[in-house]
Design a protein around this ligand. Sequence first.
Ligand code: SF4
Ligand code: SF4
Length: 432
Amino acid sequence: MNPRTIPPRIHVLAKPTGSVCNLNCSYCFYLKKELLYPGSRFRMTDEVLENYICQLIQSHQADKVAVTWQGGEPTLMGVGFYRRAIELQEKYRRPGMTFENTMQTNGTLLNDEWCEFFRENDFLIGISIDGPRELHDAHRVDRRGTPTFDRVMMGLRLLQKHGIEYNVLVTVNRVNANHPLNVYRFLRDEAGTNWMQFIPAIERLSEGSVTPYQQGTTVSDRTVESEQWGNFLIAVFDEWVGRDVGKIFVQTFEAAVRNWLGMGSSGMCVFNPVCGQGLALEHNGDLYSCDHFVEPGYLLGNILQRHMINQVGSKQQRKFGRDKLDTLPRACRQCEVRFACHGECPKNRFLTTTDGESGLNYLCKGYKAFFNHIDKPLQIMAQLIRSGVPAAQVMQVLPQDYTEQAEVFFKVGRSESRVGASPWEPTTPEKP
Ligand code: SF4
Ligand code: SF4
């Protein structure tokens, strides 16, 4: 294996329960993945766990190792599974090596024991919550159809009580997308969170049915609409840029700032020119190109048979990552906000452009509106950061009607404002 084909840090998102979850959120594409492993108990064995940790460490050239747990619902494995994972990290670690364990959970099974464990081992927890009660409960229900808001909030309060570092992940669907400020203000003011991720819910339909694979060119009626997504981001951005810069971190905005600064990587695979550095490990050791492509065509191999490092650096995986760039339609290549959008995620590229080319992103209209809308304030932020001034100063210099007046404030073209090195480094954790 050519060492130049292996990135110094590898992101593998482990799914110890596969797609199994104690909830039954109506838009969840993971649940349908159970079909991939008929008859499986969906529990990662100790053998797979040990190989995972050992190979992850062996594959890392850097001293910081990200260990990411997701599902399904990863807490269904019980705390003992993760105690063992920590033991294995200690067993295989090289001198000077540190671990960043992160877990994405629905929060409903958390208790004091979990939280004590998280604190002892510095876990960063992501909680999935879709906004205030009525918006959250629109789709996030359990297997009996019972709403889950109270249980999720109980989990979140426990994390706060124990001083666990956490962030929230909101799935933006056709219901909550109409209430951006309700969602944002609830998270900020009531849930008390200062780090948020907004993910668009997109369920593709193939022959009229939701499919576990990335197939079909139509979407379900739970799927956020493209313009709706753009309007959601715009509304949240306007609130954020007017009062919360430097206090509240919104992953999409952080990525945008990095792209306006021309930093090389946005910190989000979807807004980078190429991808392929965030793989997904199923409960049985099967390694896939990406969590969104856990399907037969994107299976790289099983870590019990072929070392992870050979799969990460394989021709197949490098092609997967480069395809994000190589398959960009002309509309994207000529787009004025390409530097920020990069055609977003290939899983969402199932529309045809006006000139008949396939591969246009379903969310294109929304992104175009959003990135054009934030251009002026981000030029200002980039300029401030580059001058060594905290980005939060943008709140003082931005006039009410910033889209008009920003033009006068900084007479710089976008290309001018994006060149050069930046003294700014975001302090927020980077997600795969
Ligand atoms: S396919 Fe999409 S989610 Fe997966 S790594 Fe590429 S950009 Fe990221
Ligand atoms: S906004 Fe649309 S055309 Fe522009 S890069 Fe993004 S997906 Fe492509």
